[in-house]
Write a protein of this length. Sequence first.
Length: 500
Amino acid sequence: MKKIFTCLFFCASFFQIFAQETSPEDALRLSVENLTGTARFRGMSGAFGALGGDLSAINQNPAGSVFFNNNFGSITGSVFNTKNSSTYFGTRTKDNDATLDLNQAGAVFIFNDNSGKSDWKKIALAFNYDNTNNYGNSIFSAGTNPYNSIGNYFVDIAQGIPLNVLTDYDYYQLNFYEQQAYLGYDTYIFEANDDIPSNTGYYTNIPLGGNYYQENSVSTSGYNGKLTANFATTYKDFLSLGMNLNFHFVDIIKTTSVYESNTNPVYDTGSTISEILFENQLSTIGSGFSFSLGTIVKATDFLRFGLSYDSPSWYRLTDELTQGVATHSLNNQDGNEFPESYQPTIQYAPYKIQTPSKWTGSVALIFGKRALLSADVSTKDYSTTRFKPKNDYQSLNTFMSNALDNALEVRLGGEYKIKQFSLRAGYHFDQSPYKTDVTFGDLTGYSGGIGFNFGESKLDLAYNYEHRKMNQLFVSSGMTDPARISRYNNNVTITYSVNF
């Protein structure tokens, strides 16, 4: 059955409409930060807010670039491996995705004032690129739902829409919800109560009674990249100040495929649909801007304190959506057992997302040239996340204000040197952005790493593990039966750096 539907996405016409379906997850994937960067940074779980001396550390505190002693450059590659375990009505499934990525490259230039005429003794200029998020991920869920059909999604959305909108439609006039209703009506998932243009009520053609076997495949690719221009300076070898200007780049493709078959008999009521396939491909591209400010106080040679502020990121994004529905109907008007309905690729009007700001406090203990310990604590109020224009997203913004919360992030890291070798370990914890964390749970992560200093160059290797649980709906409305996802990230990172 499913092989017949492989052509669902090959449609090429384009147009714009002004309403589209968005969710908090569309904003959270840009707001929730992943642990990325150089191998040294990741080996210590990113606990660099009071340390500096690493190109990825300037993302944690811009003042950290003045702790380089020389001009310095680094380049980093990573293997991102994500494993997902899904449970849906007692059925367990697994899927995984692996991506090889060149995720960091940058350089810092140090300017020292040795004249003794100024108390501002050092200036650092740095340019760094980091993939702040790698979206490579695959999730497969399957099970038998004893209650709800995915066809409810189309039937529920159709209620209240006049029948003539679905029969005499104009692509240029349909909003998102009318488009979804048309897909269901054109494939006989539901019928009108009355065959008159003003009809607004509909009934399902899905056999009732439950026992719907359902599959959900979600595949995501792409990245959120950040190019940083950094300036930092130090006063009397005591106070360091820094600033970042950050330019963000977004390119994400998400493909979903929801399949359903039912084992119920075809009732005399006229229920005829025994299989449904609903496929979507959503492409999101855009750019954004943010800035960061930071300071590090060197209280003693043994003790440092850091404080940094990350502004909201302001994104301007554009979505393109291609959809298709196919059903197996035993008795339809055209005599075709496999009616299919496609929508042209829709380019939606641009919209904006404002992510929350973040404050980070840090402390570091420096044990000469032999060892160090570091801790960062960050706070981010996700309830301030906003979609714009505000008039178009009032209900969604109100929901996020009520459902999302202020979240803490904790990073702990340490390093110990044995001659040319450096051993590293770290721990990080990210609290859920939701007040109730069942939807999107807390993240716990551990890391370790090793480095070797050749003199003028260094080679570093790191491994980090992360785990988070979350719920995932098959469709956004009509059925509230989520799969429970356990996500495990196992990533390996290697960095080569050099003084110049």
